[in-house]
Design a protein around this ligand. Structure first.
Ligand SMILES: Cc1cc2nc3c(=O)[nH]c(=O)nc-3n(C[C@H](O)[C@H](O)[C@H](O)COP(=O)(O)OP(=O)(O)OC[C@H]3O[C@@H](n4cnc5c(N)ncnc54)[C@H](O)[C@@H]3O)c2cc1C
Length: 455
């Protein structure tokens, strides 16, 4: 049977899908459209380039349309998909170079149109030097402004992981940085106060002006450029403002599909939406969240790549490749704090109505007889009745990062394990690396009342 696959959006999710589709089945007809002029740009490297760690922003690409065409795909860049008729299986597309519109048809549609930074209504938002952070094009602007000596002060709005990374990067470039958020803590969605208190202290002692619990009400400018950010907690100088207040899925082209309230497309473990033959990937999709036991929106590159592999495999008949659940595993490395979390923070779990308890444990990473060690903290969030693990956070403070232990905690959440099952994981002990009761096991022992290892 002929199977023409059309891919809408060719960034991380679309690229992953195309590579998998054509590696598994080189004969498949794959046509792809993207409104941008570049693909596979790693946004995670923007702050690293602004701060000077990454020397060349062009190193943040890992594929281009030629590499996908070499696999057999027909990739059309600068082509905006204007509408999709899922009854007729037809798309209307505009070539942004020529201005011409045309149509195409599909047997299977892979929808990977991603997300866009949330815009908020605010007075004087059209002033110059008010930026967002998503694309390669934004990266070029943000890097240029980091090296512009006339820009002395930077206000970052939104203290999620992108906002904090940018705050650190502009601070490293010698700018006076103000980080503003409506919430009372930084990265509140992922980390509880045991971790954010220390991070906030480290930020402030480095010289970042942290303005929390404050609403931005207005921008003020001079000669067409922004100069001040007005908030409910005072006014702050800003020659450059970067708005980082979250992402909205680009899903308006599929109005009939089942969605979450934020517009994310609800998918099953095969990445199928509620519309036949339409698969949704990456930042467009709401995936079953193992801790919440319902669909949730977690916009991360990790999910983009996985969902691409799953949808492609399903289309090619490799049905064993599924994504049953996610746990929302993430990490941040800023101001000397290496943090990772998975599942729900205590605050998020309580907000979701779960009855949880927690165990927080701080220790040296390896035995004291080894002379040197890193400080490591672990917080486990678990259901009171069942001891099911629903969240974990690791803070690693020292030479080595111990954050990768979060992987097995993520698997525990995805497999719905209890603390007792997790405690029996066959982990190693070697003095060079860890303690016989490592910091995760110690947190579990504390949770179940066997806290005799505590000094
Ligand atoms: C600054 C920054 C840092 C990040 N850091 C990390 C990190 O450290 N770790 C991590 O896991 N994730 C990180 N992320 C998140 C990650 O980048 C996203 O989850 C990922 O880009 C999602 O990939 P995607 O392909 O689903 O969507 P997108 O990257 O949004 O790509 C969607 C594509 O669809 C195209 N498109 C949209 N609409 C249309 C249309 N109508 N017609 C044609 N084309 C269209 C767009 O041009 C785009 O190329 C970061 C994101 C940013 C912005």
């Amino acid at each position: 049977m002929k199977n023409k696959v059309v891919v809408v959006g060719v960034n991380h999710a679309g690229t992953s899908a195309i590579r998998t589709l054509l590696t598994q089945n080189p004969e498949l007809e794959v046509v792809a459209y993207d409104r941008n002029d570049n693909i596979s740009f790693l946004g995670c490297g923007i702050a690293l380039t602004v701060g000077g760690v990454v020397k060349n922003v062009n190193d943040l690409f890992y594929a281009d349309c030629h590499s996908l065409e070499a696999l057999g795909a027909k990739v059309s860049m600068n082509c905006d998909v204007l509408s999709i008729d899922t009854d007729q299986k037809m798309l209307r597309i505009k070539d942004l170079n020529s201005g011409k519109e045309f149509t195409d048809t599909y047997d299977k549609l892979i929808y990977a149109a991603g997300s866009w930074p949330v815009n908020f209504p605010i007075k004087n938002k059209d002033l110059g030097n008010i930026e967002i952070c998503k694309l390669f094009q934004h990266a070029e602007t943000l890097i240029e402004k980091a090296n512009d000596d006339t820009i002395k002060s930077v206000a970052v709005i939104g203290a999620g992981y992108i906002g904090i990374e940018l705050a650190e990067a502009y601070h490293q470039k010698g700018k006076k940085v103000t980080l503003i958020d409506m919430q009372e803590r930084v990265v509140p969605a992922y980390f509880d106060a045991e971790f954010t208190d220390r991070l906030q202290q480290d930020m402030v002692s480095e010289g970042i002006e942290l303005v929390l619990g404050a609403k931005v009400t207005e921008y003020q400018g001079k000669d067409g450029n922004v100069k001040k950010v007005i908030t409910t907690k005072g006014d702050f100088d800003a020659d450059l403002v970067i708005q980082c207040v979250g992402f909205k899925p680009n899903t308006e082209l599929l109005p009939k599909a089942e969605k979450l309230p934020n517009g994310a497309l609800i998918v099953n473990s095969a990445m199928q939406t509620s519309i036949p033959d339409v698969y949704a990937l990456g930042d467009t999709a709401a995936i079953y969240h193992a801790a919440l036991k319902r669909h949730a929106y977690v916009a991360l590159a990790t999910n983009a790549v996985k969902t691409g592999i799953v949808a492609a495999s399903q289309i090619n008949g490799v049905e064993a490749v599924k994504l049953e659940s996610i746990a929302g595993t993430n990490a941040i490395c800023v101001f000397g704090n290496s943090l990772a979390s998975t599942g729900l923070s205590e605050e998020a779990a309580r907000q979701a109505g779960l009855k949880v308890k927690t165990s927080f444990f701080t220790d040296n990473s390896r035995p004291e007889f080894m002379q040197t060690a890193d400080k490591v903290s672990c917080k486990l969030v678990f259901e009171e009745d069942t001891l099911r693990l629903v969240g974990a956070q690791i803070g690693s403070y020292g030479e080595q990062s111990h954050t990768e232990c979060i992987y097995y905690l993520a698997l525990a959440i995805q497999k719905e394990l209890s603390l007792l099952e997790l405690a029996m994981t066959d982990v190693y002990f070697l003095p060079h690396f860890n303690k016989p009761f490592n910091f995760i096991l110690s947190a579990i022992m504390q949770a179940v009342g066997l806290d005799y290892i505590k000094k």
